[in-house]
Design a protein around this ligand. Structure first.
Ligand code: CA
Length: 228
């Protein structure tokens, strides 16, 4: 069964999430504090997706996310945000997260997002053979990793999928919708903004000067274009 970490300090929200994940065939692993979540991660290295609340009694969800991501590039991470939180601030701090869901959410919405993330993480598909090589970049589709000038760049699975889409479509302007549909799936219920958040992070990782991107260029009024 696919394990999902549920980090939420409010017991009633946590049990609501847990019940619904169980109903959808997942095995929830519960944590009420940030430190407890990190413990559960160590005990269960096969956790596929982590749901992380942000406001917690000890360390906040962003710090938990950073620590999980530092040791596990493959896991899917969804942040549980509150409507009262300022989204721009949340976006800026969401380093390493793949998605976010705003509270209050319906059980159907949450499980749909977990399902979509699991699919994206390649649970149901095998990696394809062959490398994509362009300019200084080599994308290894077998190990799902990226090198620039022979140096390994650590990518999340979502970032990898965006890179693959770019490298398969060099010189082509892709709209945010194209990227969202290809990487997140057509059934994704979230906002287009998630594309920009991931692109911004990807630029920091791969560009020589992220403030003046040369590889992932902005096409005003359209979206983004890859050139290498
Ligand atoms: Ca909380």
């Amino acid at each position: 069964m696919r394990k999902v970490l549920v980090l939420e300090d409010e017991a009633n929200i946590r049990s609501f999430v847990v019940i619904n994940l169980k109903r959808s065939g997942y095995e929830p692993i519960e944590a009420a504090t940030g430190l407890e979540a990190l413990e559960r991660m160590k005990e269960n290295p096969d956790i596929k997706v982590a749901l992380l609340d942000i406001m917690l009694p000890d360390i906040d969800g962003f710090e938990v996310c950073r620590q999980i991501r530092a040791s596990n590039p493959r896991i899917g991470i969804i942040m549980l945000t509150a409507r009262t939180q300022e989204m721009d601030k949340v976006m800026g701090l969401m380093t390493g997260a793949d998605d976010y869901v705003t509270k209050p959410f319906s059980p159907a919405e949450l499980t749909a997002r977990v399902d979509a993330l699991c699919r994206r993480l390649g649970e149901f598909g095998d990696p394809e053979p062959g490398d994509l090589v362009q300019g200084p970049f080599r994308l290894n589709t077998q190990s799902r990793s990226l090198e620039k000038d022979g140096e390994r760049i650590r990518l999340t699975q979502v970032e990898y999928s965006i890179m693959k889409l770019f490298m398969e479509n060099p010189g082509k302007a892709l709209t945010r919708e194209d990227i969202l549909n290809s990487v997140w799936g057509r059934d994704y219920l979230g906002e287009l903004k998630i594309v920009d958040v991931n692109i911004r992070r990807l630029r920091i990782k791969i560009e020589d000067d992220p403030t003046s991107p040369a590889y992932i260029t902005t096409v005003w009024g359209v979206g983004y274009k890859w050139r290498a």
